[in-house]
Design a protein around this ligand. Sequence first.
Ligand code: Z5A
Length: 208
Amino acid sequence: MNGFFITFEGIDGSGKTTQIKLLDKYLSDRGFEIVLTREPGGTALGDEIRDILLNPKNKGMSSRAETLLFEASRAQLVEKVIRPAIEKGKIVICDRFFDSTIAYQGAARGLGVKEILDLSLWASAGLVPDLTFLIAINVEICEQRMKTQQKKPDRIENEKNEFKEKISRGYLDVAEIFKERFEIIDGHMKIEDIFFTIKQKVEALLNR
Ligand code: Z5A
């Protein structure tokens, strides 16, 4: 029996990692085999691509080069990690997938939602998540959260708030295209309240 593929999306600092950790523990405690991964990265090659993509030294990178690097990392991750795990009946939880490319590169960088969707489906060899959580949150609130983390901003985090507003709108457009798999969650709620909703939606998927 095939497993499931669950993804988390949102602007940086929206709380994806926090929720992924909770979901991993919840499902592992119930005996499910979980594969946790992230984009860009998740393979040796993907991690090298991640370093190139996020390094502030590469601030002159063109939007098309950036997009192709995200897609290259994804192609490797799908073929080597995600698809084999799903075929073995595992639950794959991925921090970002191609909806990020549609929102960041397609919408915010202006490369086009339809173009990036087609390219992403080619890179993923047609693999689409079963369930996607979009943690929707105000850009300024995210910024405050990131400041308290005292982490040096990477190349993409260095973008202005206007860029992040475009990403948020881009996400809503993708959610509209893929209504059947998207769950939009209010990221301003308490961590435990967000997780309560996520748990319910995941249970519904597992019982399908
Ligand atoms: N990118 C792209 O452009 N195109 C693509 O195709 C892909 C990615 C795949 C990857 O960054 C960058 O690449 C990303 C998008 C771009 N760039 N940006 N900007 P990353 O993987 O290094 O990081 P990230 O995914 O952007 O986010 P993050 O830093 O890991 O944040 P997060 O996982 O969303 O949030 P968190 O770590 O769970 O929470 C942040 C803080 O908020 C933390 O202190 C928490 O304790 C706190 N928190 C979390 N939830 C709450 C609630 N509910 N209330 C209060 N505080 C909370």
